[in-house]
Design a protein around this ligand. Structure first.
Ligand code: BTN
Length: 247
């Protein structure tokens, strides 16, 4: 379509920029890209740090015609698009960790921040933002995070074109988004399950007020994580941090 692309050398947060554009009526498909962010945001009030020019930092404005309760599917769909693009373009064995992390060998390569705004009971807009570590040298990760974070370059020992990766991600995103909005979530859920490998695993989930342990039985049609506790309770987890209890 005839969508705008906004490129910043430095901005506060591409999610915040995209949100402001959406509030001013920007159409679906508007893309905000930055080389660097001064206030990059992660989930749960965390920050997202990336050295200038090394990462892929972008946010997309979407206006899906869907129930607000289904908006989590956008996050899953973004994760699938990113994992597939990485596998195809770089050969990295990328995996998805519910709900929004892209990992390789247990280390985080990318994170997704999805933010939704509603008007009455309908979705007004959704902003989906991606932070992907691309050309960050392995030695640039500080000792505190070197065991938990990585980059495409650190995993593959070569530099990659960020533009090529962006194109690969967006082209997959477009296909999956079409399928999701016209035919429903089955395809994306099946693909997500393949790439996440979480179903059947024992997990600990840390939520705002409590922590639970159990076995993942499935994710439902809205992208909600279903966990069976030892005590036999079936829980529906909308948001939380997952730790795998077995290797
Ligand atoms: C997470 O892992 O908690 C999500 C991280 C999302 C970071 C990206 S970087 C581009 C976009 N703009 C932001 O401020 N956040 C997202």
């Amino acid at each position: 379509g005839k969508n705008g692309i906004v490129h910043h050398h430095l901005t506060d947060s591409t999610n915040t920029r995209a949100r402001d554009l959406a509030r001013d009526g920007a159409p679906e498909g508007t893309l905000v890209v930055a080389e660097a962010q001064s206030a990059g945001r992660g989930r749960k009030g965390r920050s997202w740090l990336a050295r200038p020019g090394e990462g892929l930092l972008f946010s997309l404005v979407l206006r899906p015609d869907m129930e607000p309760s289904r908006a989590a599917l956008i996050t899953l769909m973004t994760a699938v698009s990113v994992a597939e693009a990485l596998i195809n373009e770089t050969g990295i064995n990328a995996r998805i960790k519910w709900p929004n992390d892209i990992l390789v060998g247990g280390k985080k390569l990318a994170g997704i921040l999805t933010e939704m705004s509603m008007e009455l009971d309908a979705v007004d807009y959704v902003i989906t933002g991606l932070g992907l570590n691309v050309n960050t040298p392995a030695k640039a990760f500080s000792p505190e995070i070197t065991d938990i974070a990585t980059s495409v370059m650190a995993e593959s020992a070569s530099a990659f074109s960020r533009v090529a990766l962006l194109q690969a991600i967006l082209s997959r995103f477009e296909t999956h988004y079409q399928t999701l909005t016209t035919r429903g979530p089955e395809t994306i859920l099946a693909r997500w399950k393949e790439l996440s490998d979480i179903v059947g695993r024992r997990v600990r989930v840390s939520m705002m007020r409590e922590e639970i342990e159990g076995q993942v039985t499935d994710i439902d049609a809205d992208g909600v994580l279903l966990v069976q506790t030892e005590a036999g309770d079936a829980l529906r987890i909308l948001s939380g941090d997952v730790t795998y209890l077995d290797p």
